[in-house]
Design a protein around this ligand. Structure first.
Ligand code: ADP
Length: 878
């Protein structure tokens, strides 16, 4: 218990799995937590005197399962092993924490998802800046906020692959970045960790501030990479924040994973403007990698696009999706690859077939680096490397410039492959103890020991025949078991004929087991050969693993190329399967899509049922007011536009007949009511926060997709806010904008603003019903058809009849007619609202009337002054 207390004192924030024989035991508070968290049975043991110690245990064999449970719930586990052989120990066996498993640093296969990176993220705040613009902060901070730091340094490491990504962001983007990386653990300095979004994280690891010091961190980085200066990695002098994050992260990880970081890759520094910024709401609203319906799998863009055949490819595609490009050159380069494999269906299928045989080289390399690779891991690495030359052959035999270029510099790692193929036995086991690891011929010493062992085993086997003959006992058997070793077994009936030199070993119900001095001698030969064999084999295996570890960066480089090929081939595959087209990506403004489809929705219905749509956003019409009743298909069109833009910017083909797409710096979306209610914010507040952040963040190079602004408040409020937001975006920002709304009143905007136009998703009325045509048409919707849609939803007839009655009344009060509301798509001057239009800004103020009547061309300065005076009086109401 004293030993345990010492270990626990040094690992207060972890559950301690304390090795006792074949079990890990948890004591005191750990036992109680373990019983709740892991479902262990809580018992207690008598600890000498009166004290009873709470206790919970789990079998060593099942440890992965319990680690998984703990880690998934954001807990860390310190694994405390017996570090000396109990047989050699004087007194109590020495124990040490050999590894701490945390959600962000797990390396166990069972705890990692093959298709996704597992990031641990370190965040370092810069000096407090001026309070950020309100929209750049999330809702919680807007209401009663504390001053937030201006900038944050971030370092994200996937320990399983060794990828290290560094970036500096505005504090307001923290949540977006958390959403994009989905780290399973976040490391932050104590003085800051209690703030904002971090405090709410399930797995926050807090370290003292000095760990994040610049000097400490820079030294840690230099030591780890064995360099004198960090400049070679592309660090600049004002990169202090990211250096601090990276250094702190690496020292933390090295601390809890003493087995090593040999596979750590060079840091990749992301610079602002190097990729499309994607905020959390857009990532969610467009359902890029996760469905809006919680817990639902499928139905995301990733699901549609992910035709990768390797885990590395799957992870990379996810990264591409969450970080679209903005540099057209880079986009074109990817497109060229997709295009070639799209056209060359034979090369594509040959390529994908080869790639299919490649295991997760990135994670295998990670395991080698961390000294965890099993014999079977190395076997599968060797087999995967065997495919590399075949890829090169494929590139040579097919005239594919893309493949030729991609594979020209592929290091086929022949030396590593030869080493592995020569060393690892084709039936190598999953653990070091599981059987034959190394091939015959790999080591003469090993082969000799095996010869000795096999000879002895053969001799013993031959004993059965010889002893049967000698004793005349036909049923005499030679056998072996783990506890008693080799024996000669004789049935009870024959006991009288047992020779004198037989020594009794074990008694069974109907037989006795014996040994002889001769058998004992041979048995010892077998055992000692086996002992030496197993020690030597493990040692030699470790040697092979170390040799491979020396070549990790080459393996990682090859893995990255394979991953890229896999993603490009997957994009070509989807494009061919789903009838996509290569978009013309350009640096101009216009967005033109002919016959566009929603990439996900179209897969959920028979192909011909999805109605394609055309849409153009250009200088002459960059704001579209999209109307149509509920259920018409507005949200679908809206998301479709965003998804096509995004797909184009990852280098993918798009679901359309034709597309010309100007590169965007950002896509903003605001769609429907979010489910943030759980976080205690009203729908309206969430909506306004999201809208504010769009207004603050959008530029003329952005795409803004708005769905139903102002729905969460009264109609007049709502329409007014939606109106002014649209005006602002139209006049001040100039972003390509589609604004879907069921307020058909807003079609006036489409007429009023020169750069705006009305479109609607058409419906046809047939009797009391509406038929959804799903077709996008110029012009605004004339009505909401709310009552017809309600009918479709099954509202009872009398309720509908009453609603109709009320509607007629309301329409009468507001417009004195109510029919044909804002039907026209033609442009009208602001002064003349179409007859009968529901007009929110009437009656006109007398000042406006006076202005309209005035004729500046024929007005003297004196008259102008008088007019001004008169208008002032009107305003003051005198
Ligand atoms: P709204 O936003 O106008 O209320 P949605 O965009 O949610 O309507 O669309 C309603 C349903 O119509 C969707 O669930 C989808 O199945 C179907 N739909 C939408 N657009 C199309 C289309 N172009 N072709 C076929 N079905 C569509």
């Amino acid at each position: 218990m004293q030993q345990w207390r010492e270990v626990k004192a040094r690992n207060r924030d972890a559950l301690v799995f304390f090795r006792v024989g074949d079990f890990y035991e948890l004591f005191y508070q750990d036992a109680e937590e373990g019983s709740k968290l892991l479902g262990l049975t809580l018992t207690s043991r008598n600890n000498g005197a009166a004290a009873r110690v709470p206790l919970a245990g789990l079998p060593v064999k099942a440890v992965d399962e319990y680690l998984a449970k703990a880690v998934r719930q954001g807990r860390r586990v310190a694994i405390c092993e017996q570090v000396e052989d109990p047989a050699d120990a004087k007194g109590i066996v020495r124990r040490e924490v050999v590894e701490t498993v945390t959600p962000g640093t797990v390396l166990h296969d069972a705890l990692l998802q093959a298709q996704r990176n597992n990031f641990i993220l370190a965040v370092v705040p810069g000096p407090p800046g001026k309070a950020g613009a309100p929209g750049r902060r999330n809702g919680k901070e807007v209401v009663g906020s504390s001053p937030s730091p201006g900038r944050l340094g971030m370092a994200a490491l996937d320990l399983s692959t060794g990828e290290l990504t560094l970036l500096e962001i505005d504090a307001g983007q923290l949540r977006d970045e958390l959403g994009r990386l989905e780290p399973s653990e976040v490391l932050a300095p104590r003085s800051w960790a209690g703030e904002g979004d971090l405090a709410a994280l399930p797995s926050l690891t807090v370290r003292e501030d000095w760990v994040f010091d610049e000097a400490n961190a820079a030294q840690e980085l230099k030591d780890r990479y064995g360099v004198h200066s960090l400049d070679g990695f592309g660090f600049q002098s004002d990169d202090g924040l990211i250096r601090r994050a990276a250094g702190a992260l690496i020292s933390y990880v090295a601390d809890i994973q003493p087995s090593g970081l040999a596979h750590l890759q060079s840091p990749r520094i992301l610079r602002p403007g190097g990729e499309m910024a994607l905020d959390e709401m857009t990532r969610r609203n467009l359902e890029l990698v996760e469905s809006l319906r919680p817990g639902q799998t499928g139905g995301t863009l990733l699901d549609v696009l992910d035709r990768t055949v390797t885990a590395m490819g799957a992870r990379l595609l996810r990264q591409w999706l969450l970080r679209p490009l903005v540099d057209p050159e880079e986009i074109w380069a990817r497109q060229r690859g997709v295009d070639e494999l799209f056209e060359g269906s034979d090369v594509r299928s040959d390529l994908r077939e080869l790639l299919d045989g490649v295991s997760d080289l990135e994670r295998l390399a990670g395991k080698v680096g961390a000294g965890r690779a099993t014999p079977r891991d190395l076997l599968s690495m060797g087999r995967s490397l065997g495919i590399l030359p075949q890829l090169v052959d494929l590139a040579a035999s097919e005239s594919s410039p893309y493949l030729a270029r991609e594979l020209a510099h592929l290091d086929v790692l022949a030396d590593v492959r030869t080493l592995l193929e020569g060393a690892i036995h084709p039936d190598a086991p999953a653990t070091l103890q599981g059987g034959r690891i190394l091939k015959e011929g790999y080591s003469a010493e090993l082969d000799e020991l095996r010869g000795i062992r096999d000879g002895a085993v053969d001799f013993i086997a031959g004993l059965q025949v010889r002893e049967r003959e000698r004793t005349g006992i036909g049923s005499l058997k030679v056998g072996f078991n783990k506890v008693f070793g080799y024996y000669l077994e004789i049935t009870r009936a024959n006991l009288s004929r047992v020779p004198e030199e037989y020594v009794r070993k074990q008694t069974l119900s109907n037989a006795e087991r014996f040994f002889t001095p001769e058998l004992k001698e041979w048995e010892e030969k077998v055992f000692s050969a086996e002992d030496r064999l197993s020690t030597l084999e493990i040692e030699l295996f470790g040697e092979v693993r170390r040799q491979v570890a020396g070549e990790l960066s080459r393996i990682q480089e090859a893995a990255r190329r394979i991953a890229r090929l896999d993603v490009v081939a997957a994009l070509a595959q989807v494009a061919a399967r789903n009838d996509y087209v290569r978009p013309h990506v350009h640096t101009g403004f216009e967005f033109v899509v002919i016959g566009g489809r929603h990439p996900v929705v179209e897969t959920m219905m028979p192909r011909e049922e999805f109605i394609p749509n055309d849409l153009t956003l250009d200088e002459s019409g960059h704001v579209v007011i999209l109307t149509g009743p509920n259920m018409a298909g507005k949200s679908t069109v809206l998301r479709q536009i965003g998804l096509i833009q995004l797909m184009a910017q990852i280098g993918s083909f798009v679901p359309a007949d034709e597309a010309r797409i100007g590169v965007c710096d950002r896509i903003f979306t605001r769609v429907g009511a979010s489910d943030n209610l759980a976080m205690g914010q009203s729908t309206f507040m969430v909506e306004m926060n999201e809208t504010a952040s769009i207004i603050h963040g959008a530029t003329s190079a952005s795409m803004v997709l708005l769905d139903e602004i102002g729905r969460g408040t009264s109609t007049y409020d709502g329409v007014s806010i939606a109106w002014s937001v649209t005006e602002h975006i139209h006049e001040r920002i100039g972003a390509k904008t589609v604004f879907a709304t069921h307020y058909h009143e807003l079609t006036q905007l489409g007429d009023l603003l020169p750069g705006a136009k009305n479109m609607n998703v058409a419906v046809r009325e047939s009797g009391d019903d509406v038929v959804f045509l799903r077709r996008l048409e110029p012009g605004g919707a004339d009505r909401s058809y709310g009552i017809q849609v309600a009918r479709l939803a099954g509202l009872p007839g009398d309720v509908l009849a009453r609603a109709r009655e009320l509607l007629t009344e309301l329409e009468g009060t507001h417009s004195g007619g109510g029919e044909g509301l804002g039907r026209s798509g033609a442009r009208r001057p602001a002064s003349e609202p179409p007859p009968g239009q529901l007009n929110f800004f009437h009656p006109e103020h007398p000042v406006v009337e006076a202005l309209r009547k005035s004729d500046p061309e024929n007005t003297t300065p004196m008259e102008a002054l008088r007019l001004l005076e008169a208008m002032k009086r009107m305003v003051e109401g005198s």
